[in-house]
Design a protein around this ligand. Structure first.
Ligand SMILES: [Zn+2]
Ligand SMILES: [Zn+2]
Length: 344
């Protein structure tokens, strides 16, 4: 397949000078439409979710890996062209572009199926330009095929928040029909809960904030209590979504014998001292979660399509991306912000 897009220019948001989003770290620029590499797709962006990581890239909390990068790694789009070595996609195919952009495929981790740990991995919207633009590129081997049934806006947040939440659920090793505790109930957790419920789990949500607890109960959680409360029954598994290290011993104590706690976040405040007898004995386990593999992504998107998993969303036009980031930072909306391409 060859590139079918006439060479031209496009509008893209660029992190011109990383800094607080209350200023103007993002500039709207005109750039040539990117030319896909041999193994890459050119994707016309239809919608792009706004992830908290985009805020970290834009404000410079994450060190810049590419000057003037375009953020965005929850892209729903359509194939507009491809490099010479791509055979299995056609112009017009609906695809998703996610955080994990490329791995070396050859290191010990990649070879044993743990590509999420690859030391040479690259990320969309950090190492390479992402989806806050009219077009982006993605290695074809890292693009996801997307189900037709779900609309663009509801699908976009599944590509990061959803996939990471699913990886965290798998790391928590929930037994069939098991009792699951979710600590914190934001974008990732509310998608994780839907998958667990569809698979027959009993879900207990432990989070501050009455609106989040109400959403949890609406989605089918068996109980919703404050983050530091004990759940109504011991847990087989728990996932910590809140970036609060103080909750680690709280969640470990809520586990039944042999229970597993996985920590979903990249950042966590310091974990206080643990007491071996109450927090770890009886073979309780504490696990971290690092990125995801493509297999996690495919499995999750398949489950999400089958069970009708939907994100609660808040759309913005792509032309107002800086406002979406400011509102995210200020906590001005529930659910996930999604940018809709209003340029083309
Ligand atoms: Zn590798
Ligand atoms: Zn993300």
């Amino acid at each position: 397949m060859t590139d079918s897009t006439a060479a031209g220019t496009m509008r893209a948001w660029s992190v011109a000078a990383p800094g607080p989003v209350e200023g103007e770290p993002l500039r709207l620029v005109r750039r040539p439409v990117p030319v896909p590499g041999d193994d890459e797709l050119l994707v016309r962006v239809r919608a792009c979710g706004v992830c908290r990581t985009d805020l970290h890239v834009t404000e410079g909390d994450l060190p810049a890996r590419r000057a003037g990068v375009t953020p965005g790694h929850e892209v729903v789009g359509e194939v507009a062209g491809a490099g010479a070595a791509v055979a299995d996609f056609t112009v017009g195919d609906r695809v998703g572009v996610a955080w994990l952009r490329r791995t070396d495929g050859s290191c010990a981790y990649c070879r044993r199926g743990a590509e999420n740990l690859c030391p040479r991995s690259e990320y969309t919207g950090w190492d390479a330009d992402g989806g806050y633009a009219e077009y982006t590129t993605v290695p074809a081997a890292f693009a996801y095929r997307l189900p037709d049934a779900v609309e663009d806006v509801a699908l976009a947040p599944l590509l990061c928040a959803g996939i990471i939440g699913y990886r965290a659920l798998r790391r928590a090793a929930l037994p069939p029909g098991g009792r699951l505790g979710l600590y914190g109930f934001g974008g990732s957790a509310h998608l994780c809960a839907q998958v667990a419920l569809a698979q027959g789990a009993t879900v207990h949500v432990l989070t501050r904030g009455a609106p989040s607890r109400r959403l949890a109960l609406d989605l089918g959680a068996a109980s919703a209590r404050d983050a530091y409360d004990a759940p109504p029954e011991p847990l087989d598994s728990a996932v910590l979504f809140a970036p609060v290290g103080d909750l680690v011993p709280v969640a470990l104590r809520a586990l039944d014998r042999g229970g597993v706690l996985s920590v979903a976040g990249i950042h966590l405040s310091d974990v206080p001292a643990l007491r071996y007898e109450t927090d770890l004995f009886y073979e309780k386990e504490l696990r971290s979660v690092t990125s995801n593999t493509r297999a996690d992504g495919r499995e999750f998107l398949d489950l999400a399509a089958r069970h009708g998993v939907r994100a609660t969303t808040h759309p913005y036009p792509l032309s107002r991306a800086p406002q979406a980031l400011r509102d995210l930072k200020a906590g001005r909306f529930d659910g996930a912000a999604v940018l809709v391409n209003d340029f083309t």
